[in-house]
Design a protein around this ligand. Structure first.
Ligand code: UTP
Length: 293
């Protein structure tokens, strides 16, 4: 693999206001909501690390201190766990800070996902990079990010994670126009629109929260003018980029949760709990009991 074809950095935007999850997100970041017993963003960090990305830049903002604290050492807690002999909890806590090389940059105000990604420019420089949305959980077993990075190393281009969604859902997402496939089965993306009305949607393929970008996305972001609500949309920058260079889509079908959405959050909690040997049986018993009553 050519060195320039290797993606080493991941950007995790986590500066949004989380308004769909108020009041839980009034004074705590949405990305720190627990799924079973881990904050959502830790799953995302673990997914990046499992895909070989150890240099992580988290985009934070006002009210997001808890994220930095979570991935930092906690000497007082470590001392307490050690002196009370709770060594397995101690090592779980210590491992969090050692997961990756964490970097942070603040987005001055939540002016949209495109603006959040722009804030990564000086950290990323002229390299390809991955973006993982902190409120989108992906089942690591499905290997979506891994497959996207592999596809990038075989043939560099911007690559979007795509999932087929229903007519009712399409207006919640960025939606792509497709013109066939390349030799590796990736879709050739020829257009993209943010949250279209069903009648204007070019397909049923929606963009999910995993991306691999060539660095020219930063130039494209510079050209984007603020849209609805003054937000700089990442979708608009991708639309500019695909006019100048190939953009491809990797389609997956399973194992994704939007934890900014209440129903999906609860689904993630239950499905992930059912993968955990320590609690699976009790949860199953509980589900059976309530479904019979
Ligand atoms: P969302 O649109 O899902 O997050 O952005 P939001 O704006 O916090 O949510 P609602 O709609 O108000 O409930 C996807 C990801 O991008 C980040 C968010 O933190 C989330 O992880 N984001 C969004 C930013 O970092 N900056 C922004 O300006 C907007």
């Amino acid at each position: 693999m050519k060195n320039s074809n290797r993606v080493k950095k991941a950007i995790i935007p986590a500066a949004g206001l989380g308004t769909r999850f108020l009041p839980a997100t009034k004074a705590q970041p949405k990305e720190m909501l627990p799924v079973v017993d881990k904050p959502a963003i830790q799953y995302v960090v673990e997914e990046a690390v499992a895909a070989g990305l150890k240099d992580l830049l988290i985009i934070t903002g006002r009210g997001k201190r808890a994220i930095e604290d979570h991935f930092d050492r906690s000497f007082e807690l470590e001392h307490y766990l050690e002196s009370s002999g709770r060594l397995s909890e101690l090592s779980r806590i210590q491992e969090i800070a050692q997961l990756a090389d964490f970097h942070y940059v603040r987005q001055a105000s939540p002016r949209g996902l495109g603006d959040a990604v722009s804030a990564a420019k000086s950290h990323v420089g002229n390299e390809p990079f991955a973006v993982l949305l902190a409120d989108d959980l992906m089942d690591i077993k499905e290997g979506v990010l891994n497959s996207m990075l592999q596809a990038y190393s075989n043939a560099p281009s911007t690559i979007l994670a795509l999932k087929e969604v229903s007519d009712e859902e399409i207006s919640l997402y960025g939606c792509v126009e497709i013109d066939g496939e390349d030799s590796s089965g990736l879709k050739i993306v020829t257009g993209i629109v943010e949250k279209p009305d069903l009648i204007d949607a070019p397909s049923n393929l929606a963009v999910m929260g995993r991306y691999v970008f060539t660095p020219s996305i930063f130039e494209a972001l510079n050209e984007v003018t603020p849209g609805k609500g003054g937000e700089i949309q990442l979708t608009d920058a991708i639309d500019i980029q695909l006019k100048n260079e190939p953009v491809r889509g990797f389609v997956f079908s399973k194992g994704r949760y939007d934890i900014g959405n209440k129903i999906d959050y609860l689904r993630a909690t239950i499905e992930i709990a059912l993968t955990r040997p320590d609690i699976k049986d009790e949860i199953l018993k509980f589900i059976k009991k309530i479904s019979l009553s």
